[in-house]
Design a protein around this ligand. Sequence first.
Ligand code: FAD
Length: 469
Amino acid sequence: VVTDEVVASLRDELVGIVGASDVIVSRDRLVAYERDWTGNWEGRALLAVRPATAREVAGVLVACSRARVTVVVHGGNTGLVGGATPDSDVVLDTTRLDQLGDVDNHSFQVTVGAGVTLERAQGHARVAGLDLPVDLGARSGATIGGMVATNAGGRLAVRYGTMRTSVCGLEAVLSTGRIIERLSGVLKDNAGYDLPALIVGSEGTLAVVTRVRLQLLRRPARRAAALVGARDYREAVALVSHLRARLSVSLEAADCFDRTAMEAVCAYLRVSDPLSEPHHVYVILQVAEPNDDPAATLAAAVDPELLDAMVIAEDTARRRALWTYREALNEAVGAQGIARKYDISVPIAAIPAFAEDARQEVERRTGATATVYGHLGDGNLHVNVLGTSGADDGLDVAMADLVAAHNGSISAEHGIGRAKRSFLGSTRSSAEIEAMWAVKRALDPTETLGRGCVLPPWDEPAAIERSST
Ligand SMILES: Cc1cc2nc3c(=O)[nH]c(=O)nc-3n(C[C@H](O)[C@H](O)[C@H](O)COP(=O)(O)OP(=O)(O)OC[C@H]3O[C@@H](n4cnc5c(N)ncnc54)[C@H](O)[C@@H]3O)c2cc1C
């Protein structure tokens, strides 16, 4: 328990580091940090602090470790596993780490502050005719630091990989106050351990990311998108596998959603199904071509039998309008209530069986119909369940078992956060979790960062034990 005296003395110390206007103590301003995007997680912030440089971050972390107060890093708060929600912690808000470096036209790289939103970084790159290889629906709020911390995936991962592939260097601060800086962006650099790669995906538990060196890509000359109706997941998976083989690098995205999701998004956006008949599964595709006509390429590659159940969007406005059906799904489900969310991945061939098993399991346990959408080309499904009680652990266990039975992962792209740490052992072995704890203790010896996130408690043998099965 942190006493009021400790908080008051820490506040004075932090004011000395970042200035009074960037230490937030009033309750009416702190509430903005205390609830996560989904509504599943709510906690209490002792205070919030907004450093503007790595040096200020170092000062904040040293002061907090010395006072034995834990810190939760807070970017855009669009994370979906409760990792940025405080639980009697200091909130380190990255908003002021907002610098945009010059785009390097030799290496197609740029260095940006961790608090820069994805949308702002995209706008900056596009002025130079380049773009970021990772894109996601929460682009206006999600920060580059948060995306690095969660190793975000998104709709283009099937073509360009997840955030890890785009990070060619970073600056990060350890709780000891030591600053790790690797920002030269040289492609070949095998000198010692790859610390930036270790920090990517560490969800604010190893270090605070302050700047990121990103690999950019040249913007493809032309893009087209299409929505295709499929009879079931088997047909949808076959379509995507066929297109990957036919189109190779031209295929940029292959997402999907089921009929429940289509109904939810149509009600939310007050629009109608773009296809004339309802389908069990919808696949949304995107093709990019440097020279050829991407719409023609796409139409030629799709099985003629499916052409009747397909709409193509060629220009930017219609392409964006089509993607809105997929990208508004998180909000559409959120508008119906607080959803239990499972962000899983399985081998692509296992998707039809997993989707059917998951649907049956949810119906049997809750009586509800799951709303399913995701990134089909990566084997990543988001299963959303409405109307369950806050602590329906039975469903969590059943879903973790189902994922393990299909040889998948309980976290595809959102991370572990607070939501799934007791299930880490269902996807990672005890040897791996022990090694993760060793890394954690080496980099954050005072366990100041991300308390209660990612790793199951060391002294909870059951959590570790499960992992050996
Ligand atoms: C509508 C919607 C669509 C989404 N679509 C996708 C998608 O397609 N793919 C996908 O992968 N995710 C998606 N997400 C999830 C979310 O956008 C990502 O996880 C994103 O990377 C979180 O960024 P953030 O800045 O909001 O981080 P936050 O929510 O603030 O934090 C997330 C985690 O990262 C840590 N963190 C944040 N900043 C830093 C930092 N600078 N240093 C160290 N740790 C830090 C936090 O402590 C926390 O553990 C979506 C979310 C929404 C709401």
